[in-house]
Write a protein that binds this ligand. Sequence first.
Ligand code: ADP
Length: 378
Amino acid sequence: MENILTPKIDNPSDNTKAAIKQMSYELVDLENENSLLRAILASSSNPILITSAETKILYVNQAWENLTGYSFEEVKESNPRFLQSGRTQKKIYKKLWSALNQNQSFSTEEVIDKRKDGTEYQVYSTFFPVLKDGKVFYFVQIQHDITKRKQLEELRKEFLSASAHELKTPITMLKLLSQAHMAKAMRSKDNSVNLKDLELIDRELNRLTRIIDDILDSSRFETGKLYLRLEQVDLMKLIKTLLKKVRVVAKDHTIVITQSNDKFYVIADQERIEQVLLNLISNAVKYSPEKTTITITLKNINNHAVISVADHGIGIPKGKQSLIFDRYYQVKAKEKKGFGLGLYIAKEIIKHHKGKMWVDSIVGKGSTFYFSLPLIET
Ligand code: ADP
């Protein structure tokens, strides 16, 4: 049978014959390569979609058909925008097209698309243009289906927040009960009730309440449901008032504040800023030896109030310093001095106030935690 890949030329020279032979080998190779690539695309478990430069669908693989519920015949030549659910952040498409227009590849964050039956699915996608002589020929999109993972994440968030809420009522009841017993024991001087035990129960209940509040806060950040009661706040006044209360409980440390004549007014949720400071001070107490000093400083740097809490404690290794702001991260989890949520929450609160939080620390010498808040003119 005639080889259709071999062109017909009358009286070819030896060189031409050799060149034709080479060319036909290469064409056969190309055909083989083509079918190899097709086999790889077809069998990939990642959904893949290829469009022309004009974004008309030219190819989808089986995994894509399974994910979307559409067959290739149904979508051939159409623009893939019919998949959009309208729930993907607009900025993702903007970034995508600005990269593709510069002939660069782009990996998206979560894209939410919809199937043929109207249900939604979520993917991470990598897009890249295929170029020939500097011109786009195809756009290739390789997807990674994250729908199941997202559903599990949602379930985890809901479970955590619902169970934390459920725990609040019985704990409040127990607390009221223990306080009533403590009051009774103090009044009646009844020795059969051990006041120390009741105080221990009360302390542990307070600890449990704090952990539950932290879990609830953390799920508020995840779901974007943190509400701030913003007002004008005098930071120096806030710190001084807070320190009066803190010194009563943190008796084993000396807590000082470096005075400044500057005015520090910010727009903030007073309670939330107190929560951040309290967290930093209680960490400084937890992670530094008794009788050492904790210093709080307030400075104006580039129209930002920068508050620092410095201790002479165990310090944090360089490699761990960025990790301590992650959820549940603890440098030495075994010590169980906390739950690993405090700094995560503190940093999120400060971010919600358009500020920053960071740390400077030397192992064995101590740590200084900083946060900044934009100052306002008064
Ligand atoms: P925890 O409830 O464990 O204290 P945090 O989120 O407040 O959680 O802190 C995370 C981790 O960072 C702590 O477990 C501890 O290892 C480290 N850390 C925080 N503050 C200090 C500090 N002042 N000195 C040394 N280590 C600290």
